[in-house]
Design a protein. Sequence first.
Lengths: 436, 297
Amino acid sequence: MHKILLVIQREYLARVKKKSFLIATLLTPLIFPAIMGIFVWIAVQEKENQSLRIIEVIDETNLFFMESSEQYAFTSSIKDAEEAKKMVQEGERYGFLYIPKMDLTNPKGIQFYSIDNPNMNLMGYLEGALKRKIEDQRLYEKGIDPQVLKDIRTSIDIQSVTLGDEGEEKVNDATVNYALGFVSGILIYLFIFIYGNQIMQGVIEEKSSRIVEILVSSLRPFQLMMGKIVGIGAVGLTQFLIWVFLIGSLSSIVIGVLGMQMPQQQAMEMANPEFAQAAPDAGELSRILMVIDGIDFFALVTSFIFYFLGGYLLYGSLFAAIGSAVDAPSDAQQFMFPITIPLIVSYMGLFVFVLQDPNSTTSFWLSVIPLTSPIAMMGRISYGVPFWELALSMGLLIAGFLFTTWLAGKIYRIGILMHGTKPTYKILWKWVKASQ
Amino acid sequence: MLEIENLNKSYENHRALTDVSLFVPTGIIFGLLGPNGAGKTTLIRIINQIIEQDSGTVKIAGKVLSADDIRKIGYLPEERGLYKKMKVWDQLIYFARLKGLDQNEAKSKVKAWLDKLDIYSWRDKKIEDLSKGMAQKVQFISTVIHQPSILILDEPFSGFDPVNAEIIKNEILELKSNGTTVILSTHRMESVELLCDQVAMINRSRKILDGTIREIKSQFRPEVFEITLTSINNPLPQEWTPKQEGDFYEISLPLAGKSPNQLLSEMMEYGEVVSFRERIPTMEEIFIQQVKATANA
């Protein structure tokens, strides 16, 4: 045990002390707020700097009156299309919208001329405006007042409430649960891949530089393998916790700064959910807050850490076994299949099945089988999972990683001393069966 | 004292050791000889408990080797390896602690050895920044840092420049004089003759020879004498193929049933005998001869 601790300590410090660790740990969380900030800044700049763009309209149907906005002004001073095009070319007009005489039931032939490629925003704006006009026009033709239709339009917002065993009510919102499941599932997926690869690289380094022969004359190969897996896992956990802390605090700073630029109304809604509830169209926000309030975060965080570590240990030992069997990272590719396939299956399963319907049979099996459960179960947790299913899934995951660790240990202790052989699955299986 | 009794080990498709027994007394340098693939590394790995034998026992001081006895052994593998990105100091402390030394003990030992081999000023360098010779000194320290009573060195001089090889050779001799038992696995016969008190030769998984260097040499005497004659009065028979250098003639003759004295008096009839000595085989000759002999068997 004492020796495992020494290995853990070495693996941990050797990585944490590296400059690249420091840089990756500090810069990665800056990327998200930085990207957010850059987008906001660009948007603000664009709005401020943009001069009013004048668009010439020739409307042969005489039905459309385009309303000018902050960015676009519409004029219709000219009747000749060629002249309008020339004005666009000479830069007097930003663009030229040509509406030919057409059948309103099948509107075709509308064209927009400009020198730049017009952005999506403008095209969307023009299409939307024309569509509304045509629809209004057609309603009139059928004898319906568009205003009546507008008044009839109703927005519906169903509050989903689940009943617990003791009749306690809990407000739900699939969006929030979806987001939580999505983020935590992907985090576990990335963590397994990134740190699993580090285990493999570390094992290959020790094997190819022959340090391993000195090490295994001092401690059991199994101790060495476990020390490496746990040490690297601790590095990952450290990095993850620093990220959570940094992303959390930086994002709240960015949101805080942006919040000041928001209109008063929105800011107040953000700050005060009760006020928001009173405001008629703040229902969405208040519900999200109620849902977040209703989620058992203690259960969510503990199960996240459990599946995070369980999944890592399960796959980590397999990565170690592969590293021990090959002489160079390039040879490892052939054995990556059994690792990548279940990981990708659970990743796809998370989106296709679990997040769509957390209680379906497929979701159940994905979240119970140890190879897929670390990722799939995270998609279900925030919706609430029956206790026995959670217990079964966790129990199987523990059994699963004990099994893969045992299997990997068998391969590892022989593999690390083998040089120059190109192992196949058949050879690996022989190592597993070999007594020594 | 290390006793190895009837060790057997097979891998999937070949035998690595067949009934190998060795007795290594305390405080000597014991040479383990054999061509590549003979089974030396397997034997060493079994002593180091890196792999397990199929049958047979390894005993230290009369007791079967246990996991705790690992502390008593220092092992320098043929293929050297250190963590390239780790500092000299950290690395040696790590290896010392893995061998069971506590923090303070490890620190004082590492410092003492770095001073002794004159590389203390390099303690904060990473291995990748050291020259090969320096790195090998560090490697050697990592082997002896825990004061092992048995030191197993697999080709200890390979890759050393003559100056560093000499330093290491002297360290090995000093350890021996302090009572450490050294097992030296090598195919460099000159270092065997120079250092070893006893040797064992392994070929094709079997021990084919063991004993002190003197015993082995006398056992494999070819019974050939090298004679130098001058002032020839009778012509030498041509089948003796004498080599002439000025007035001196050198010949080597087998005893062929005669005693050395008989041969000498025979020679005296041909001229003045200036030198008459038995040809002693080098370990290298014995080694090659034995390997060939077992290969043909």
